[in-house]
Design a protein around this ligand. Structure first.
Ligand SMILES: Nc1ncnc2c1ncn2[C@@H]1O[C@H](COP(=O)(O)OP(=O)(O)OP(=O)(O)O)[C@@H](O)[C@H]1O
Length: 233
């Protein structure tokens, strides 16, 4: 099956800071992939480059063979670590905003997800707790029809009960011909849903593999492997 994403020898420098160094990997369809790394390891930079919001200093990124650009934007749904919604909005306004902005936004799916997430259209964005706000952002991102979903730290600052609801929603509403790349450092909570993991450390890729194979090969959970790789960070 054709790869959704190809990343070839990509590096990114912000002035003198080397944020990402010579990363290459491909992602196929139908996978949930964990992009794992400690703070500052380059996860957000990688996601922004795939989404076309940051330019690689060198290397190539292609989505279904097309270089990242206007054409690939409709294939990618990005949930940034900072919400795109405004505080004056209600949840209903946020859905309308997305629906006006993205032709592929599926309003019916968004309403089903809201129900699952225990959010209602009349809720004010300003009054949502951190966990509820993450659930709204996830609903907005996953309600687009895309080939690749990029979720940057969807569990950041969320309590364990909300985490479970977010993970269940991911599994429940995941379209199987698409792929989801999720950045996190909360590995133990989320590893059960990963098919593959990519570990980045100081901007370099230190591991990429199928989770079952890595577990067999190392005799360790992804959380244990992650702790080993990042022991001195
Ligand atoms: N706009 C920027 N200008 C300068 N340096 C930046 C910029 N954005 C990121 N960096 C630096 O690049 C490195 C990688 O940052 P990045 O945000 O990609 O990491 P991350 O793994 O997503 O971190 P976190 O888990 O803390 O969000 C860090 O050292 C960061 O300080």
């Amino acid at each position: 099956m054709e790869d959704i994403l190809q990343i070839q020898q990509v590096s990114k420098k912000y002035w003198s800071k080397q944020a990402v160094r010579d990363i290459s990997f491909t992602l196929g369809p139908g996978k949930i992939i964990g992009l794992l790394g400690s703070n500052g390891s380059g996860k957000t930079t990688i996601m922004k480059m795939i989404a076309g919001l940051a330019q690689p200093t060198s290397g190539k990124i292609a989505v279904y063979g097309n270089p990242v650009g206007v054409e690939t934007k409709s294939l990618i749904s990005f949930m940034p670590d900072q919400p795109l919604t405004e505080s004056w909005m209600t949840v209903g306004d946020a859905l309308r905003f997305y629906s006006d902005f993205f032709a592929d936004f599926d309003q019916a799916k968004a309403e089903r997800m809201l129900d699952f997430m225990k959010l209602s259209l009349a809720d004010k964005v300003r009054s949502l707790s951190k966990g509820m706000s993450e659930r709204l952002q996830l609903t907005l991102a996953l309600s687009r029809k895309a080939s690749l979903y990029l979720l940057d730290e969807p569990l950041g600052g969320v309590d364990p009960v909300a985490r479970t609801r977010i993970l269940n929603a991911l599994v429940e509403f995941y379209e199987e011909d698409s792929s989801i790349l999720i950045s996190t450092h909360l590995v133990s909570d989320i590893e059960r849903i990963f098919d593959e993991v990519i570990m980045v450390k100081n901007g370099e890729m230190v591991m990429h593999g199928n989770v079952e194979e890595l577990r067999l090969q190392h005799g360790k959970s992804m959380d244990e492997l992650f702790r080993e790789v990042f022991a001195e960070c």
